[in-house]
Design a protein around this ligand. Structure first.
Ligand code: KG4
Ligand code: ZN
Length: 362
């Protein structure tokens, strides 16, 4: 089945074509530079950019893949969580496409789509534990199958990516600053006692990163020389950080990765039947997080399902890939599909079409 995937939940307009689990092409129009000036995503600007880009991206994608629009058999769209206005632009486009072309519409939950995206690169394994670490979420799941994910842990306040971005902002790095903290800390040994590892002295699988952010704030207030005079400095290719700044970044990377490790290992203890460990979302691009999770999986003899860097952050391929899985299972939406903003539960409100499922499974 050839599935068009549309992602417009935040500040990336992305589209991809997946057929039978194989990526045929993808396009992404990033708005990062535009929002960087404001130190965060400006929702109204994001929606307008999505509106501007969706059509040209699709034309470009089809041209490059050498496919006619009539070849598309299913349209999958990110229906949340995300910015409501941004989601509505993607949904409007997908609904118009589905109605106009007479193809099924599949609303995709952005969060499992992140976790399952690794299926474009290797075989999926179940049951597994899934750690989703993005700008808006820090979730742990017990994953029984692609359509059966149980939320077993979540952040009580800031998400891991949000903590990275807020610390980056304190240091006057451009938004989103997670990757700059990652890079600037790479060649420095972390001070494991510089910041507290937050919210570990309990027996649950939840996270809380706001205390860590406050600890960094207090440290930066005492060492104000660490704050960049200009936002552009870290973007210079030959920029070498002051050792104290590199130490701060390295210690922050380590503290977040260690916190994620403790709760992930706790989840693996509680679900010993899990064979795999999925790690996904923007923060899964972080070098220390990647290395830490590689060690966890190796130590516990689990298969690590960690996507390559472009698949960690928001992309259209993950929506097309998961959309195709859902469509093959006969799960579709009508044109009344709703966008779900961040903070609201995504309902499991698929219609089941056995005839279509049988047709596509042949
Ligand atoms: O998954 P994603 O692209 O978007 C959401 O669905 O939120 O994640 C974006 C988040 C941002 O907070 C960004 O700073 C963070 O992922 N991020 C990183 C790295 N690359 C992206 N954080 C730490 N290290 C990185 N290398
Ligand atoms: Zn995302």
């Amino acid at each position: 089945m050839l599935c068009l995937g549309i992602e417009s939940s935040c500040d990336e307009t992305a589209m991809a074509l997946v057929r039978d689990g194989v990526l045929l092409g993808e396009r992404i129009a990033s708005q990062v530079e535009m929002h960087a000036v404001f130190g965060g995503v400006v929702p109204e600007l994001a929606s307008r950019e999505h509106l501007r880009w969706l059509r040209p991206l699709m034309d470009d994608l089809l041209r490059e893949a050498g496919l006619a629009v009539s070849a598309i058999e299913c349209v999958a769209v990110s229906r949340g969580p995300g910015l409501l206005g941004s989601l509505l632009v993607g949904l409007g486009f997908a609904k118009g496409f589905a109605y106009g072309r007479g193809v099924p519409l599949v609303g995709v939950n952005h969060l499992p789509a992140h976790l399952l995206a690794v299926g474009l690169e290797r075989e999926l394994i179940f049951p597994s534990i899934g750690l989703l670490v993005s700008g808006g979420h820090t979730h742990l799941y017990y994953m029984r199958s692609p359509v059966d994910l149980e939320l077993i842990g979540r952040t009580l306040d800031d998400a891991a990516g949000e903590a990275f971005d807020k610390v980056a902002k304190l240091l006057n790095f451009p938004y989103p600053g997670g990757k700059h903290i990652d890079h600037l800390g790479r060649d420095e040994v972390p001070d494991q006692n510089l910041f507290p590892r937050p919210y570990l002295h309990n027996d649950n699988l939840n996270f809380s990163f706001s205390g860590l952010k406050t600890a960094v704030l207090q440290y930066v207030q005492k060492h104000s020389g660490l704050v960049m005079a200009s936002m552009d400095t870290v973007l210079q290719p030959d920029y070498e950080p002051d050792p104290a700044l590199a130490r701060l970044c390295s210690s922050f990377n380590w503290t977040v990765a260690e916190t994620l490790r403790v709760k992930t290992e706790r989840a693996l203890d509680r679900y010993p039947e899990a064979n795999g460990l999925y790690v996904a979302g923007g923060v899964a691009a972080n070098a220390v997080v990647r290395e830490t999770m590689e060690n966890v999986a190796a130590k516990r003899n689990k298969t690590l399902l960690l996507p390559s860097l472009p698949l960690c952050t928001d992309n259209g391929a993950m929506i097309a890939f998961y959309g195709e899985i859902l469509a093959r299972a006969g799960l579709f939406h009508g044109l009344d599909l709703e966008a779900i903003p961040r903070g609201k539960q995504i309902p499991w409100d698929y219609g089941v079409d056995r005839k279509l499922a049988d047709h596509y499974s042949q």
